[in-house]
Ligand binder design. Structure first.
Ligand SMILES: [Zn+2]
Length: 397
């Protein structure tokens, strides 16, 4: 079994997404379990894991005779074990993204009437439910309109807007979000402890930053790293992920701000050699650019350049997938901002501080010069636009 499966939460209280955990805990306390749920959220956010816990919860022998005041699944009774092991005939998992689905859903209307064989409640988990066909949705709707008391439906989707309102309105909706860095770290720590891995917080932080809020992705990376031994350090991390440090990401953005195209090109050459992953780099750049943009807005500066950088990076994220050189779309995204902002002027001679050990004052001076430069560029551009507008007015008049 993979880390993700081995260390998936076993109880509602263990869920790593705090918001989901709290919603479900209060549902538990109130004893109002719905006959249908719609779990909405990105891939790897724990929807299926949560669905299984819910399946155990309503079937656990501790809860089997209750109609309210449910407690967490015990994990030990027959029902909990067959569901946990994925071997119960009464837990039907349908992946709407796969073929042969129409028949599955058509079947569902008839089969759902039959009582469960083994468990108290029959559980239907339909993954990627937005991909069900119109005929399938009609069958599903009829079932949800008159749900048999012995069935519980858990519909999961990454794209809730594609689920018909008639279906969605008959379900209790639970929103899963991308996990925060701390939530991913919390989840990874379970595997670190269980596998007796030697890995410090800084490394876990970097893994979490590279996952884009997906628990599954985080565990996948940790598992890959652990194949090099129980001690996981910076070296192993670079080998597996080709992770770029925050310092390099900042430096790259600084180069854009002073229009240093040579600096950008050189850094991309280095990253190409060390095998930096494009998907990770673009996420880290976006996160850093977002922070800088917010900083500028708060201090009353124009965030125009950062807005352009962010815009370009988002567009590049799609092109990474089709580019034979995955880093190239990111390089172009940054270079085009630097070139456009530079215009025809000679490049300003501003030195990028090469290490973090430079005195704080010098860094401050450097920041000031960047702000000044970008402000100047903006004013220049506005002036040009003014001239353009005047020209247009003159023509029309
Ligand atoms: Zn149990």
């Amino acid at each position: 079994m993979s880390f993700y499966q081995t260390y998936r939460p076993k109880k509602i209280a263990d869920l790593d997404l705090v918001a989901v955990r709290d919603v479900l805990l209060s549902t538990l306390a109130s004893g109002k379990i719905s006959h249908a749920y719609l779990f909405v959220g990105p891939r790897g956010s724990g929807k299926t894991s949560t669905a299984r816990i819910l399946a155990q919860l309503v079937n656990c022998e501790k809860n089997a005779c209750k109609s309210s005041d449910f407690s967490e699944p015990c994990g030990e009774c027959e029902a909990c074990r067959v569901i946990g092991g994925g071997s119960s005939v009464d837990v039907i998992e349908i992946d709407a993204a796969s073929n042969g689905l129409v028949d599955d859903i058509r079947d569902l209307r008839e089969k759902v009437r039959l009582s469960p064989v083994q468990l108290k409640k029959k559980i239907y988990i339909i993954d990627e439910v937005h991909m069900v066909s119109t005929a399938g949705f009609n069958a599903l709707l009829k079932t949800l309109e008159e749900p048999p008391a012995h069935a519980l439906f858990i519909l999961c989707t990454t794209e809730s807007q594609k689920v018909p309102e008639t279906i969605a309105s008959r379900c209790a909706r639970v929103n899963f979000t991308k996990a925060t860095i701390d939530e991913v770290i919390g989840s990874l720590l379970k595997a670190v402890k269980g596998e007796k891995l030697d890995v410090d917080k800084e490394i876990l932080q970097q893994i979490a930053e590279a996952t884009d809020g997906s628990f599954r992705e985080g565990h996948k990376i940790l598992e890959q790293l652990s194949s090099y031994g129980t001690k996981i350090d910076e070296q192993v991390l670079t080998k597996v992920l080709g992770v770029v440090g925050r310092h390099s990401v900042k430096k790259l953005l600084d180069f854009v701000m002073v229009f240093d195209t040579d600096g950008i090109i050189k850094m991309f050459d280095e990253m190409e050699k060390t095998g930096v992953k494009a998907g990770i780099l673009v996420t880290l750049l976006l996160r850093e650019a977002k922070l800088e943009m917010e900083k500028q807005i708060r201090s009353g500066e124009s965030p125009a350049i950062y807005l352009r950088i962010i815009d370009n990076l988002i567009s590049s994220a799609d092109r990474i997938k089709i580019s034979p050189l995955p880093l190239l779309p990111i390089e172009i995204a940054l270079l085009s901002v630097a070139i456009d902002e530079k215009g025809g002027e000679p490049r300003p001679k501003v030195q990028i501080p090469s290490t973090a050990s430079k005195p704080a004052q010098e860094t401050k001076k450097h920041e000031d010069s960047i702000v000044k430069l970008s402000a100047e560029t903006l004013i220049k551009r506005e002036e040009t636009e003014d001239v353009d507008r005047k020209t247009v007015q003159d023509d029309s008049g």
